[in-house]
Design a protein around this ligand. Structure first.
Ligand code: ADP
Ligand code: MG
Length: 365
C-alpha cells in the first residue's frame, strides 16, 4: 500500500513531463551518445515534415535520407551539424522558406551525459520587434542630428537676410533691385524648408486638428497637379468624398507625408522612361470602424527587394539628387500619429503605399 502511494505520484509526474515536452510549442529532438534519435516532440516532427514514428531510432544519416525531408531542410540540417561539430556553435538562427526566423539551440556536454539536445523556437515576432526598435532608434538619432543642423543653418541665414536688406537701397540705385529680391525670396524659401523640416523631425507631439480626411487629400492633390501635368502624368482622386472619416492630425505634417509619397511616385514614373505609357497616380480611401487607409499607387518603375528592404532608412536613396529623407521622415510622422505605412511594389509594374490612420468617432446626435 505504501509502495503504491509513492509510485503513483511519481508515475504521474513522469507522464506529465513527457506530455509537456511532447506538446511544447518549441521543437525538441534528442540524439543519444551513439547518435541515435531517442526523442522527438510533436512540433519538431511538424517542422521536419516527417511523422514522429518513422523518426525514432534512426541516425542522423538516416534522417537526412528520409524521403520526406525536403532538399532545403536537408541543406540546413547539414549546415547546423557542421557549425555545431566543427565550430562548436551552440546557437543558430535561420530563415525558413516562408521568411520566418528560427532560433536553434544545442545542449550537450557533461550535463547531458553524452546526449545531444536540439531545440527549435520560432523567434519571428521577437525579430520583428528588434527590427522596429532598431529603426526607431536610428530615426530618433537622425531627428536630433538634423534638428541641430537645421537650427545652426537658420542663424546665419537670418543675418544674411538682414545685411541684404541693408544693401537693398544701394542695389536699387545700381538698378539691381531684382538681385536683392531674388536673394530674399531664396533665403525665405530656405527658411521655409528648414522650418518644415524642424517641424516634422521634432519628436514632439503633433499639433492636432480634427479634419475630414477626404478634404485633406483634395487639398494635397491640388498642390501637386501642376507638377504632375508638367511630367505628363495624371493624378486620379477616387471617390474620396464618399468617405466621411474624420482624423485628428497635424495637417501640415500629414500633407507633407502625402506630398512626399506623390513626389516619389512622380519620380518613379519619370524613371520608367516609358514613352507609350502615361503615368497614372491613383489616390484612394478605404475605411473601417477604427481606421482609414490612404492608398497611393503609381504605375512607375517599381522597386526591387534591396530597395524595399532599406526604404525607410534615413539617407537611403537611389536617385542622383535624392536626400533619402522623404520616407524616413514620413514614417516618423505617421508613427507619431499612431498609424502605419505599408508598401507593395513590383519592378516595371508600379508601387502602392498604404497609410493607415486611426479615425475619430463623430457622434451626430
Ligand atoms: P528620395 O526620394 O530622396 O530618394 P525617399 O526616402 O523619398 O528619398 O525614397 C527613398 C527611395 O525609395 C527612393 O530613392 C526610391 O528608390 C524608393 N522609392 C520611394 N517611393 C517609390 C515609388 N513610388 N516607386 C519606386 N521607388 C520608390
Ligand atoms: Mg522622396
Amino acid at each position: 500500500m505504501e509502495e503504491m502511494q509513492s509510485f503513483h505520484p511519481n508515475h504521474l509526474v513522469r507522464t506529465k513531463y513527457e506530455n509537456i515536452l511532447e506538446n511544447l510549442d518549441s521543437g525538441i529532438i534528442l540524439f543519444d551518445s551513439v547518435g541515435v534519435l531517442a526523442f522527438v516532440n510533436v512540433q519538431m516532427a511538424k517542422l521536419l515534415g516527417v511523422p514522429r514514428k518513422s523518426l525514432i531510432g534512426s541516425t542522423l544519416t538516416q534522417l537526412l535520407r528520409h524521403p520526406q525531408i525536403t532538399r532545403f531542410k536537408r541543406k540546413k540540417i547539414i549546415r547546423i551539424y557542421r557549425e555545431t561539430i566543427f565550430h562548436r556553435k551552440r546557437f543558430h538562427e535561420l530563415l525558413d522558406e516562408c521568411g520566418r526566423s528560427w532560433l536553434i539551440t544545442m545542449t550537450y556536454g557533461d550535463q547531458m551525459e553524452g546526449d545531444f539536445l536540439i531545440s527549435v523556437k520560432d523567434v519571428s515576432d521577437f525579430k520583428q520587434i528588434e527590427q522596429t526598435a532598431y529603426q526607431n532608434d536610428k530615426l530618433a538619432m537622425l531627428g536630433k542630428i538634423s534638428a541641430s543642423i537645421a537650427h545652426e543653418i537658420r542663424n546665419p541665414l537670418t543675418s544674411i537676410r538682414g545685411f541684404i536688406q541693408l544693401l537693398r537701397p544701394h542695389l536699387m540705385r545700381l538698378g539691381k533691385d531684382e538681385y536683392a529680391r531674388i536673394i530674399l525670396t531664396e533665403i525665405d524659401r530656405a527658411n521655409d524648408i528648414i522650418y518644415e523640416f524642424l517641424n516634422s523631425s521634432k519628436p514632439s507631439a503633433p499639433q492636432t486638428t480634427i479634419i475630414p480626411v477626404a478634404s485633406l487629400l483634395k487639398e494635397v492633390v491640388l498642390l501637386t497637379e501642376s507638377e504632375a501635368l508638367m511630367k505628363n502624368c495624371e493624378i486620379i482622386l477616387q471617390h474620396s468624398e464618399q468617405i466621411p472619416s474624420f482624423i485628428s492630425v497635424d495637417v501640415k505634417q500629414i500633407k507633407q507625408v502625402i506630398l512626399n509619397l506623390i513626389k516619389n511616385a512622380l519620380d518613379a514614373i519619370d524613371g520608367k522612361n516609358d514613352e507609350n505609357n502615361n503615368g497614372i497616380i491613383e489616390i484612394g480611401l478605404e475605411q473601417n470602424e477604427k481606421q482609414v487607409n490612404i492608398l497611393i499607387s503609381d504605375n512607375g518603375a517599381g522597386m526591387d527587394q534591396n530597395t524595399l528592404n532599406h526604404l525607410f532608412n534615413p539617407f537611403f536613396t537611389t536617385k542622383e539628387g535624392g536626400t533619402g529623407l522623404g520616407l524616413s521622415v514620413s514614417y516618423r510622422i505617421i508613427k507619431n500619429h499612431g498609424g502605419s505605412i505599408a508598401v507593395d511594389s513590383q519592378v516595371g509594374i508600379g508601387t502602392q503605399f498604404v497609410i493607415t490612420l486611426p479615425i475619430i468617432e463623430m457622434s451626430n446626435t
